[in-house]
Structures are given as C-alpha cells and as structure tokens.
Design a protein around this ligand. Structure first.
Ligand SMILES: N[C@@H](CCC(=O)N[C@@H](CS)C(=O)NCC(=O)O)C(=O)O
Length: 219
C-alpha cells in the first residue's frame, strides 16, 4: 500500500491527501509533527529538504507535491483528475503553477498577521495587490465552468482549492469574486475537503505556538 508522510496542518500534504481520496486510492497516513522530527536521519533519507509530503510506493520515495500529483495521475488513471483537451490541460497546469509561484509567496504576510505578528503595511499592501491579481485571473479563467478547465474536479482545483477558500480567514475577502466564492463553497462541501480539514483544536494550538515563537520579534 502507498504511504503518505504528512502533517495535518500542511497545505501541501493536504493536496496529496485530497487527490488520493478523490481518486479512491488506499494509502497509509504517516503523520509528522514537524517539531524537529523532520530532521531525524531516517526522514532526511527520504526527504532531503525535510519537507512533507512524501509519497512512498514501495522503495520509491517521491517529494514535491506537484510531482506526487503527476505520479498519482499517471499511475492511477481510472478516476482522471486532468482534462484531455490541450487548452484545458494547459489551464489546469497554469492554475497549479500560479498558485504555487504567485499566490503562495504573497500569502506570507497575511499568515504572519493572522498569527498575531506585526504586519509591515508596505509589504501587506504589495502582497494584497498580488493576491488580487491572482484572484482576478482565476475568476476570469473559471468562466462559467464549475472547475478549472473542466466540468469535473481537476488537480488545479485541488492545488488552488486548499489556498483560495482559506483567504477570508486570513482577512482577504472573496466578495469581489463571486465565481471563486461559489467554487470555494463547492469544494468545501466535498467529502475529501471535509475529511482533510484540520480540527479547530489543532489550528488553535498551532496559532498559539506561532504567537509564542513570534513574541521576541515583536518587542
Ligand atoms: N515544494 C515543496 C514544499 C513542501 C513544504 O514546504 N512543506 C512544508 C509543510 S507545507 C514542510 O514540510 N515544512 C517543514 C520543514 O520544511 O522543515 C512541495 O511542494 O511539496
């Protein structure tokens, strides 16, 4: 059976976990606390950059979320999570890359602020503009279809769909993006999203830990 080394609060781990559930692939979950256990030699041997997720298929160990998703799609095609049409396939890949390369880095100041950190107004303003540009791009790209490049869920929805629906919690409103709002609702109601949602207790404990860590930087 496949093994997924993950952390319940890791967005990247969640993407792979959701894909496994959507594709109905059985998998053993191996949780890491990321409290230093990711630096243990046994884990570094399979994940040299000490990150989760790691997918183990027998002796084959795979890191990097997008590579893992591609592997699952190629090895388990029965429930397809990528469109066939050339343009739609490109849209699905584009959304994955824009999420990782444009949206995710711009979220850092918002995440920091939501954990009680002191937000640098200039950085927040710049990051806010970048997030808005991504949301406008995604809103237009979604068009009148329920999912990116498809009438059925794709890897693009999985990759963007653990970040965009989280934005209101970070203080970024989706009010100006009605299509993305409806799409977020659609995803949040899926079994795979609900099953992989971190418990409120876990989220609160993590926030408290982050606040503690950020204390010296605030004084
Ligand atoms: N590029 C990697 C990034 C993975 C990543 O940053 N994982 C975080 C959790 S979301 C992690 O393991 N952090 C702990 C650490 O780096 O020590 C991917 O897409 O899988």
């Amino acid at each position: 059976m496949l093994k997924l080394y993950h952390n319940p609060l890791s967005t990247n781990s969640r993407r792979v976990w959701i894909a496994l559930l959507e594709k109905e692939i059985e998998c053993e979950l191996v949780p890491l606390k990321l409290n230093g256990d990711q630096f243990q030699p046994e884990f570094l041997a399979i994940s040299p950059f000490h990150h989760v997720p790691v997918l183990a298929d027998g002796d084959f160990h795979l890191i990097e979320t997008l590579a893992i998703l591609d592997y699952l799609e190629a090895k388990y095609p029965a429930i397809a999570l990528l469109p066939q049409d050339a343009k739609d396939l490109a849209i699905a890949r584009m959304v994955q890359m824009v999420t990782v390369n444009e949206l995710t880095p711009a979220l850092s100041p918002f995440v920091r602020k939501s954990f009680g950190g002191v937000g640098d107004p200039e950085k927040l303003e710049k990051a806010g503009q970048q997030v808005a540009a991504v949301l406008r791009f995604f809103e237009d790209l979604l068009g009148d279809r329920p999912f990116f490049g498809s009438s059925a869920i794709t890897l693009a929805d999985i990759v963007a769909g653990v970040s965009v629906p989280w934005l209101p919690e970070l203080g970024v409103s989706l009010d100006n993006y009605p299509k993305l709002q409806a799409w977020s609702k659609r995803l949040n109601s899926r079994h795979s999203w609900q099953q992989t949602q971190a418990s409120p207790e876990l989220v609160e404990a993590f926030k408290a830990q982050m606040k503690q860590l950020m204390k010296p930087q605030q004084s």
